[in-house]
Design a protein around this ligand. Structure first.
Ligand code: AMP
Ligand code: ZN
Ligand code: FE
Ligand code: FE
Length: 291
């Protein structure tokens, strides 16, 4: 199917993106992709709306989500679940609620630290940025900018919100075992997201984790991603082959939250072939799972 492309990693206002789910679907059609997955952080809230808009537009749609996990050695890693069921189990719903509760507790702690530093962020100021989405540090950074505490989002992270900075509070995250197990038990296709975004993890580290995670239910690796260069993509492809993992790819589009990243093409050069989706579907059919 030469010339057909997909984007299996996107975000909306249901988490920290800026498109509504319906607008995301419309933008994906405009970008010319054949299929998208919506993978908002810690929530399934946008999936119904995006799925309906996609169906109406003839765009193939995969229900997904993105979970952050804490690796003992490498710190935060991200896991995507693709083909999340339309009726998730009670266990899944409870887990997502627990994850969001933990995030809310952490947000509170960050906001308290910022207040101690003389930068109060009232609930209204945050709501004006985040709407009803999953509140995270990017929203706080934007709110700090709007209140004049920093010149921009970049400064907010570099001085206050980034890892180890004055207002940084770590998240109490799931372990890889918990998150991969949760998603795999749900019948999702479990993908290690953008592995090369983790600065601590070199080829050898990734190699180790792929053996370990595969045993827990990992199915694919996001080799194609806006933040991966050609060398990193090749490394992921070669390790996928070694471990018998499928390949996935997506832009990690967030709308205006990440202005340099467009649907389908990422920073400009990304192309994720439709063939990867066909392979994932073939694998799922072979495992007796829905596609
Ligand atoms: P949170 O989920 O609240 O921990 O926020 C994580 C998000 O913050 C990531 O997805 C990034 O988009 C953003 N982020 C993290 N570090 C930085 C940074 N140094 N500069 C800009 N954005 C960042
Ligand atoms: Zn995000
Ligand atoms: Fe991520
Ligand atoms: Fe993402």
């Amino acid at each position: 199917m030469g010339g057909r492309y997909i984007d299996l990693h996107t975000h909306t206002i249901a988490s920290d993106g800026t498109d509504s789910p319906a607008v995301l679907a419309a933008n994906a059609v405009r970008a010319g992709v054949a299929a998208i997955a919506l993978t908002d952080h810690d929530t399934l809230d946008g999936l119904d709306e995006a799925g309906e808009a996609a169906a109406a537009a003839g765009l193939e749609f995969i229900r997904g989500c993105e979970l952050a996990v804490q690796d003992d050695e490498f710190g935060e890693l991200h896991i995507l679940g693709l083909w999340i069921p339309a009726r998730p189990s009670a266990r899944m719903q409870n887990a997502l609620r627990d994850i969001r509760d933990r995030r809310a507790a952490r947000n509170k702690a960050i906001i308290r630290r910022l207040a101690d530093l003389g930068m109060s962020l009232e609930p209204e100021a945050l709501a004006a940025v985040a709407g009803r989405g999953t509140l995270g540090r990017p929203h706080m950074a934007e709110a700090m900018k709007r209140k004049g505490y920093v010149s921009g989002v970049r400064e907010a992270f570099e001085r206050y919100l980034g890892w180890g900075k004055a207002a940084f509070v770590p998240r109490d995250l799931y372990t890889p075992r918990e998150a991969i197990g949760l998603l795999a038990d749900e019948g999702a296709t479990v993908v290690l997201a953008h592995p090369c975004l983790n600065r601590e993890m070199d080829r050898e580290g990734l190699d180790d984790r792929l053996s370990e995670f595969r045993a827990l239910g990992l199915c694919a690796i996001e080799a194609y991603h806006s933040a991966h260069d050609a060398r990193q993509t090749r490394m992921c492809v070669s390790l996928a082959k070694k471990h018998g993992l499928l390949l996935s790819g997506g832009s990690d589009y967030h709308g205006a939250t990440k202005p340099g990243i467009s649907l389908a093409v990422g920073k400009g050069g990304l192309r994720v072939p439709y063939l990867l989706l066909e392979r994932m579907r073939a694998h799922r059919r072979g495992a007796g799972l829905w596609v």
